[in-house]
Design a protein around this ligand. Structure first.
Ligand code: ATP
Ligand code: MG
Length: 552
């Protein structure tokens, strides 16, 4: 693992810090489902721990009672496990530390480093100053320690209304860093908390709670995204002020968040898509949530590989989604069994094949891994409508009137007649097979340019196949516009009701991957029942990322 955070860890170890080993954490707020950006953070935090033979905690950062829910607590655990990481017995809730946070706040007051303020939220904002002007001190700033202790206790006891008082750190109203201008560290909110119920009326602010959570858990490296860079001075100030040893206490290191073209990575916006029913749910295969990616057919190995390849940077940039697609394509190319399916069927009658006869051909399941299955071959088959063209250009190497093509794993056929309905639509082709051309057969010595896939009409299984496109229309750089609802792609889901699949896939259950020859990678969807097959297209076969790479 080479990245700048690992470098920092090694520097710390060389300097004699963190002699008890490396300890990281993944700290989601349980206010939504995890998305692909979180996957990066999970891979990084658990990855750093594994690499350094350390440990990584799962911590629910649940200090904000209003938006959080147990539904999310459960889904987060499922997603991390699915990605392949293990927090063992170290699952923690920041809310379990509410008592400790309170004691630390009291300690700050005793050290003259925090005070109860009566200013309203609006006044605090006005007093804060701007980037160019210093802030103004609150009239409450010089309250005595005794008065502050008394007021803070009464805040806890519920003697004041929501918002009537706050506890603030006493640092420097003239600091060039606005986060150091006496930030609020506790507020009064009469809100029910999903984990602590109605025990608390006051709640710590994120910036106060997070460093303490890390310190309480003996975290060594607190990895977070770049927007917290300006908060680091407060992180350090707090731990300094409370006397935590600089050689063992946690340090915050920021890295660039993952942004992907064509993709939303904000829980708030993802929730809006679900709540306003623009998608079928959090696990809709078009969503960038981990459960959406899972349902879409992405594999844990592909997502981990992607997170490794994008690396860890110190400045923000947008990653091309084609790279994520490349990773899953590579994984499925190695691991998915090949089968034949026809999405847009055109009937073909093979007039020199006996009616009712079935020939079981053997077909390899994978070009490298071997393994075979039987594919029934009969007088009536279906091919892809696109694989026939009546007025075909010279370079069209599939089926045309009078032309020949090979049926994969079977025979070369010749198109003799094109049957049409009253409107002139092609309804059926009449072809003949060349019996000497059987794939792998002793007499198959004839080469031909085109090979197409097919299924037996009497054996094929009906299936619903869901084809996905990006959920959002983006500009030429793949950026999602601010008004993302207006940019929703009306064609992001196309349902093919009556696709036909070769019978070997009968009774496969959700989560099984296939390559449909020439069409792409597909996965069996959770909606599948023994009576009805439903597939999702994971990704097509064409690798645009490989192309991007070779052009650059
Ligand atoms: P969102 O912006 O979607 O609400 P968040 O940052 O509020 O996400 P948290 O639950 O606080 O969500 O995130 C847990 C961890 O995941 C944090 O350490 C956060 O820095 C990290 N994280 C969140 N989004 C990304 C991202 N796009 N790329 C990398 N890490 C991320
Ligand atoms: Mg957050």
């Amino acid at each position: 693992m080479v990245n700048f955070i690992q470098q920092e860890i090694e520097n710390d170890l060389k300097a004699g810090k963190y002699t008890d080993g490396i300890h990281t954490r993944f700290p989601p707020e349980p206010n939504g489902y995890l998305h692909v950006g979180h996957a990066k953070s999970i891979c990084l935090n658990f990855g750093l721990a594994l690499y350094n033979k350390g440990i990584c905690n799962l911590r629910f950062d649940d200090t904000n009672p209003t938006k959080e829910d147990v539904e999310y607590v459960d889904s987060i655990q499922e997603d991390i496990k699915w990605l392949g990481f293990d927090w063992e017995d170290r699952k923690f809730y920041a809310s379990d530390y509410f008592g400790k946070f309170y004691e630390y706040a009291v300690e700050l007051i005793k050290r003259g480093l925090a005070y109860v303020d009566d200013l309203s939220a609006e006044e605090i904002r006005q007093y804060r100053g701007t980037l160019t002007e210093p802030g103004k001190e609150s009239p409450c700033r010089n309250r005595s320690v005794e008065e502050n202790l008394n007021l803070f206790e009464r805040m806890k006891a519920g003697e004041f209304a929501d918002g009537e008082k706050v506890l603030r750190a006493k640092i420097d109203m003239a600091s060039p860093n606005i986060n150091m201008r006496d930030p609020v560290i506790y507020r009064i909110t009469r809100a029910h908390h999903h984990h602590t119920g109605d025990d608390w009326l006051i709640y710590p602010m994120y910036d106060f709670a997070h460093p303490l959570e890390d310190a309480i858990e003996n975290i060594t490296h607190s990895v977070c995204t770049l927007e917290f860079e300006d908060h680091r001075p407060f992180y350090d100030w707090l731990l300094d002020s409370l006397g935590f040893d600089v050689n063992s206490r946690p340090r915050q290191i920021e890295f660039a968040r993952l942004d992907l073209t064509n993709t939303i990575t904000s829980k708030r916006k993802l929730r809006q898509l679900v709540e306003e029913k623009f998608v079928r749910g959090w696990d809709d295969p078009r969503m960038s949530t981990i459960c959406g990616l899972r349902r879409r057919g992405y594999t844990p190995a592909a997502i981990r590989d992607f997170c490794e390849r994008i690396g860890v940077a110190k400045s923000n940039s947008v990653v091309d989604i084609a790279m994520l697609e490349h990773c899953v394509r590579e994984d499925l190319n190695e691991n998915a069994a090949r089968v034949m399916a026809v999405l847009n069927p055109l009937k073909v009658v093979l007039t020199n094949v006996e009616e009712g006869a079935v020939e079981f051909l053997t077909a390899e399941n994978h070009p490298k891994r071997g393994g075979c299955r039987y594919v029934p071959f009969t007088r009536e088959i279906f091919i892809e409508r696109d694989d026939f063209m009546e007025d075909a250009p010279k370079k069209f190497f599939r089926l045309k009137p009078g032309g020949e093509v090979r049926l994969k794993h079977a025979y070369i056929i010749k198109c003799n007649d094109v049957i049409k309905d009253a409107e002139g639509n092609v309804t059926e082709l009449h072809c003949t097979i060349d019996p000497t051309s059987k794939s792998g057969g002793a007499t198959a010595n004839r080469k031909i340019k085109g090979t197409i896939h097919w299924v037996s009409a009497s054996h094929a299984l009906k299936a619903e196949v869901r084809l996905y496109d990006y959920l959002l229309k983006t500009d030429e750089n793949g950026n999602v516009p601010e008004d993302f609802i207006a940019a929703l792609n009306p064609n992001s889901l196309i349902v093919v009701e009556n696709a036909l699949i070769e019978p070997s896939v009968k009774w496969t259950a959700a989560g099984t991957h296939y390559q449909f020859l020439r069409l792409g990678y597909f996965v069996v969807d959770y909606d599948t029942t023994p009576e009805k097959l439903v597939f999702n297209r994971v990704v097509g076969l064409k690798d645009t990322w490989a192309k991007v790479k070779s052009n650059s």
